[in-house]
Design a protein around this ligand. Structure first.
Ligand SMILES: [Zn+2]
Length: 286
């Protein structure tokens, strides 16, 4: 890690693990980052190839990743990239912030992509009450449509839930949840974690679990059983402590995983092994 503005590589993990949620297309600059997105700009300035990102990750024990779509072009790119790289899998969806774009035609294309062998998730979909880029009506309709696609294709449903916990849980219950549900970048407290545990939903923890002001996330991680935990970066966003403000990447997973192991009082090798097994339960065999 010789580039000065990038976080140094952490100590390698004693056992392999994977990144359940990142955005390779944003990291490599397939989509030009806007000036309002300095973190994505910095990531794009530093990294230009998927292979480079994979090599950095492998060097610390992060051997696979799932790259997640947020609109139709992004979903197409991620599906194609997964087909080209052995250790890369994809999710496809229209993000809740783009829910106005969930027309019958785009949803049909998302469903077609979701059936591809390297596409292992329908996501990220869900509800975002923090941003009002799309109306609540559009978000709900799009979320429900994605739940149906996940059920028809048998792929995991990857949920973006921002300040919408109750409605996300309610819509899942109303529609009937798909067999595998993942709350990406889990943002609930211990009570929400208990509800997910009861429903058998997976909780994917990201950089914020390491943040000083996020004790509620560590409480949630204590409640979440090892069989329902995943770890992710959401790269290039949400870097773990002490790298806030810098671009995130899959090679920083060890920092978040070590925090999780410490919080849960679990041996890091045991936790990494459990998460790797969960990965195949969620995303299918690698
Ligand atoms: Zn994401």
């Amino acid at each position: 890690m010789s580039t000065p503005n990038l976080p140094a590589a952490p100590k390698p993990l004693p056992a392999e693990v994977f990144d359940s949620h990142c955005h390779l297309d944003i990291m490599v600059g397939n989509r030009q980052a806007s000036s309002g997105d300095p973190v994505a700009q910095a990531a794009q300035a530093a990294r230009t190839s998927v292979e480079g990102i994979l090599d950095e990750a492998r060097a610390v024990g992060v051997t696979r990743l799932v790259t997640i779509g947020y609109d139709l072009p992004s979903s197409r790119w991620n599906a194609e990239t997964a087909a080209l790289h052995g250790d890369v899998y994809a999710g496809v969806a229209i993000h809740p912030n783009e829910a106005h774009a969930s027309t019958p035609e785009t949803l049909a294309e998302i469903e077609r992509l979701a059936r591809l062998p390297h596409v292992r998730a329908v996501g990220e979909t869900g509800l975002d009450y923090y941003r009002d880029w799309a109306s609540k009506d559009d978000q709900h309709a799009s979320f429900r449509a994605h739940i149906e696609i996940a059920k028809r294709t048998g792929k995991a449903l990857v949920i973006h839930d921002r300040e919408a916990h109750d409605d996300v849980l309610r819509v899942l219950a109303e529609e009937g949840a798909p067999e595998v549900v993942v709350f990406h970048s889990f943002s609930g407290d211990a009570g929400m974690a208990k509800q997910c545990l009861d429903a058998g939903y997976f909780m994917s923890f990201s950089g914020p679990v390491t943040y000083k002001n996020a004790a509620y996330l560590r409480e949630a991680a204590r409640v979440a059983p090892q069989e329902l935990i995943l770890v992710e970066t959401d790269a290039p966003y949400l870097p773990p402590t002490p790298h806030r403000g810098k671009p995130n990447a899959p090679y920083l997973i060890p920092l978040t995983l070590r925090c999780l192991a410490e919080v849960k009082g679990t041996d890091i090798t045991e936790l990494a092994t459990a998460i790797s097994a969960n990965g195949e339960t969620v995303f299918g065999s690698w």
